[in-house]
Design a protein around this ligand. Structure first.
Ligand code: R5P
Length: 323
């Protein structure tokens, strides 16, 4: 008979295993390099009609598996991959499965804003859990409340420190940190407090999704270097409008920093043609070569994600990372 672990003794996690879907293999490789661990072999193929199939090459039985898959464009495809790989891992008897989702698609649909709206962010959380995730690691979710959409533990990381360090190194003589909307007030307040800088807000009104109609600056930006901090840039409409509003109020320069560069459609062209001097994003979402531009600077989030994975694996505090 096998010796039993003493009652109450912590359960030893299995060996750490890293897997990646197709969403951001470059980020997964950087995380693996930072952890000095290989990425486990997995083949994602298509049936003739486009259905996804997954073959995990080696046993994951009992292992502490981290599946890296941001649900960026193509959003539905990357979500389906995430669900199907989670299902395969669960059926292969993985000991514990953590879905590492550096960008959470559908996060902006986290509440009903009109009658008969879906709450897609909650639906995705339900399916992720149903498919087999035991834990989630997320990064700068559009709304903090999305953590509560899961009944499993969520470690919610932030790129704030990375952005703060970047701003600090700019040595701007007269900087003001700007929130592009009221929803971003807490994020911008945190960044400004860490840098001991003043803040300003932009009042934004959206008559329809993806359309911004009015942007008014609240606070003093005259003669100042405006640094706008947001969670994501999608069509670029918000930040292009903000940059014009800030310049009209006398800001001498405008820079924008965001965790997630969704950069949908012609967003890059719009941003590059605007008064914005510099656009700083992280690599939570891959930026295809066709969208790369000298005005866009990419900071890597891989060291933070790698450290969080290690801490979860070793049952150590993740909140320590924010101190
Ligand atoms: C809004 O609440 C978000 O924080 C972003 O400002 C917004 O989603 C960006 O979208 P877009 O780039 O399409 O204006």
């Amino acid at each position: 008979m096998r010796p039993q672990a003493p009652e109450g003794a912590p359960k030893q996690p299995g060996a750490l295993k890293l897997l990646s879907g197709d969403a951001n293999p470059e980020l997964a490789r950087k995380i693996a390099d930072a952890l000095h661990e290989p990425l486990d072999e997995m083949r994602i193929t298509r049936f003739a009609d486009g259905e996804i199939d997954v073959k995990i090459a080696h046993s994951v039985r009992g292992a502490d598996v981290f599946l890296i898959q941001p649900t960026c464009e193509p959003v539905s495809e990357n979500y389906m991959q995430l669900f199907i790989i989670l299902d395969a891992l669960r059926r292969a008897s993985a000991g514990r499965i953590t879905a590492v989702i550096p960008y959470y698609g559908y996060a902006r649909k986290e509440k009903k804003t009109q009658a008969r709206d879906p709450i897609s962010a909650k639906l995705m959380a339900d399916i992720i859990t149903l498919a087999g995730a035991n834990r989630v690691i997320a990064l700068d979710l559009h709304a903090d409340a999305i953590q509560g959409f899961f009944d499993i533990p969520v470690d919610h990381l932030t790129a704030e420190k990375l952005l703060v360090e970047y701003i600090r190194k700019l040595h701007l003589p007269n900087a003001v940190i700007v929130s592009p909307d009221v929803g971003g007030a807490k994020r911008v307040g945190d960044v400004a407090r860490l840098l001991d800088l003043p803040i300003a807000f932009v009042y934004k009104r959206r008559p329809k999704d993806d359309v911004v109609s009015e942007q008014r600056v609240v606070g003093d930006v005259d003669g100042m270097d405006a640094v706008v901090v947001d969670d994501l840039i999608s069509t670029g409409g918000t930040l292009v409008g903000v940059s014009h509003a800030l310049r009209a109020e006398g800001a001498t320069s405008v820079r924008v920093l965001a965790t997630h560069g969704v950069l949908a459609g012609d967003a890059v062209d719009k941003l590059v043609d605007s008064p914005i001097e510099e656009i700083v994003i992280t690599d939570s979402i891959p930026l295809p070569p066709a969208k790369q531009n000298p005005k866009i600077k990419i900071l890597s989030i891989a060291p933070l994600l790698a450290e969080a994975i290690l801490r979860v694996h070793e049952d150590r505090s993740v909140s320590e990372l924010f101190k």
